[in-house]
Ligand binder design. Structure first.
Ligand code: FE2
Ligand code: FE2
Length: 292
């Protein structure tokens, strides 16, 4: 990316800061007809079983699952901040990437604060990442090479972006969450723009093996985040009789739905640098139900 282009992004970040405390209308109460997650994104809609839930159980499912989604982003943003700090220590303060990443750090910290506030606002009780998630997340940001970490983070940011779009467009979504999603979309748009350009210097010269590696990295990160959303405990909270069984159903259902609703831009991105080939395509189809 040209230096002027990065400077333009930095200027927008400075001239038009979006502060969660004023941008989000926190005092608007949720109405009984509001939903917290567009119905098509919750893990059970689409199944015959879903129709047997009471309206309250349906709303509650959306509330618990959106809390889980926001918590997962906040957690992954904290990890990414760890990496950005590690990376900017290698740069000089007059470097344009250094300046941009500082702005991104500032914005990511505000996002984490906003998600935490939104979770508290919804009376949410997020379920922590598993030990494996924790280990892999920390290992990636502390020890993996720069290109691999940026690639991983971009995959997560693109997922957040897609979810944000669905929340913004959902006609019945609780206005507070719509604004949370809008703020996040606007700022992540800049981060994604920067990171894509940054990664081009790696993907442009990558051969078959490297492209396959990047493709698996994106796939793995999407899978990693997806497995943080659908949680067995939530079905217990809804008072359902057989939480284990419901969880299995929900997981299968969500996998399919996710492939249809949430992968479009990610697939486009991987395709741009030739990340689909004989050694990667099968895995995208099998694990993410992607249409590639
Ligand atoms: Fe963010
Ligand atoms: Fe970001």
């Amino acid at each position: 990316m040209e230096v002027q282009e990065v400077e333009r992004l930095i200027k927008i970040s400075k001239d038009k800061p979006l502060l969660p405390e004023t941008f989000v209308p926190w005092n608007i109460p949720a109405l009984p007809e509001d939903e917290f997650l567009p119905e098509k994104l919750n893990s059970l809609s689409g199944l015959a079983f879903y129709d047997s839930l009471t309206p309250t159980q349906k709303t509650e499912l959306g509330r618990h699952e959106v809390v889980q989604v926001m918590y997962s982003y906040g957690w992954s943003e904290a990890l990414f901040c760890l990496f950005m700090n590690r990376y900017i220590l290698t740069l000089q303060p007059d470097n344009v990437e250094y300046k941009f990443l500082l702005r991104e750090l500032i914005e990511e910290f505000r996002h984490q604060e906003m998600f935490a506030q939104a979770i508290a606002h919804l009376n949410g009780k997020p379920i922590k990442p598993t030990r494996l998630h924790n280990f892999l997340g920390q290992f990636t940001v502390k020890f993996m090479p720069v290109d691999a970490v940026f690639m991983s983070c971009l995959a997560v940011e693109m997922m957040a972006d897609l979810y944000g779009n669905h929340l913004r467009k959902g006609p019945r979504v609780y206005p507070v969450l719509k604004k949370v999603a809008e703020l996040h979309n606007i700022e992540e748009g800049r981060h994604i723009h920067f990171t894509k350009a940054f990664l081009r210097r790696y993907t442009d010269k990558a051969g078959y093996v490297k492209r396959s590696f990047y493709s698996y990295l994106v796939l793995f990160n999407v899978l990693f985040m997806r497995t943080m959303y659908v949680k067995k405990e939530i079905f217990g909270r809804l008072g359902l009789e057989n939480p284990d069984q419901v969880y299995k159903m929900a997981n299968q259902n969500y996998k399919q739905k996710f492939g249809q609703e949430c992968l479009k831009t990610i697939v486009q991105f991987v395709d741009e640098w030739g990340g689909f080939n004989r050694s990667t395509r099968w895995a995208w189809r099998l694990f993410l139900k992607a249409n590639v």
